[in-house]
Design a protein around this ligand. Sequence first.
Ligand SMILES: [Zn+2]
Length: 410
Amino acid sequence: MTIVLAGDRIEGVRPSPAEPGGPGHVWNLSRYTALPGLIDAHVHVFGSGDPREPNWFVREVTELVPTVAFNCLINAQRNLAYGFTTIRDLACCHYADVALRNAIEAGRLEGPRMKVCGIGLTSTAGHMDRAKGFAPGVVVPGPSAIVDGPDEGRRAVRANLRYGVDFIKINATLSELVRPLGGLCSPEMTRETMTAICETAHAHGRKVAAHCHGGVGVTWALEAGVDVLEHGRFLTDEQLDTMAARGVFLCPTLSPEAKARDLGLVPPDPHLARWQERARDAMYETVRRARRAGVTIVNGSDAAMPGVRHGEGGAYEMAQLVAAGLSPMEAVVAATSAAARCLGMESEIGTVEPGKLADLILVEGDPLERIELLQDLERVPVVIKGGRIVANRLPAAEAASLPAALGQSR
Ligand SMILES: [Zn+2]
């Protein structure tokens, strides 16, 4: 195949070798596999995923705002290094995600394309209510805003829009972190609140992504009109059928529980440890049923969770999707064209075809034979974003042959 790049775009894809002597620079990379730039559709750039890093609650009250911003940059750049040329961030502190996206888009900092939600919307005592870990009166500048009714929902969406977010993140159901309210799959927001949030977001052309695990809160979220479900450990067949019929994406984020298993990480809270085990038992089967039901599955690692490192985590998630029954090609689609649709970027990225942005990676070996290859930085030697080489780890002789700018090269 010949892939013709011009400026920041793909100009053509031809099923024939490039003829020598034509215009531009011909670059023979036939010993590599070319893929579209990968997408991790669920990360949090404010955390690294290093399990030795202090707990989020501690960091949110101790870290300086500039420290948060530097961490976001470093973690975002790790995604790019591994070939994840686009990421979707599912809640950050201090709108550092928005600031970083803007700086990258303006070309002032190197980093992946970012779709960001600013702060997540949660309910009093909900999954992301940071105040619940502290005595009354303590103000915690966490990655969330409290929303306890339709009006507060509309206001919180608009507050996020004020700072320029790309989509809205809500918490539809609780987690085991919130046992007093029932934990696990209890609903968090009311149907009315979620409906107001979805109407306001959609009126401004923004999608809504809902953190959820299962139960009636998921059904309410689907009725309210959410566009993407995150996690979804305990979705029923009926809920999956509704998702398929309405084109609601599932971003199953299998990595946190899978990494905890691989690394032997056990949460200190016994309830949380038990919850993690139950979630792990259910999640692969849920993805298998989602695939059978025809739900569009997208690749998202939840990088920042303990053990889930940026970049490597996105590739690890693809291997988890294969473990859940997707073919390696389906996992690649989940991390490219399906994720691009989930981000509303399908006209720009996600496939290698004329007119799209030239986001490409080269892989040594065939990821369709061994999807784990993508977790190895050395096996992804070249990353191209918008026609620019942003990583070049080729052997010295080959590396020197690369043109600095790829415009008009083949
Ligand atoms: Zn997350």
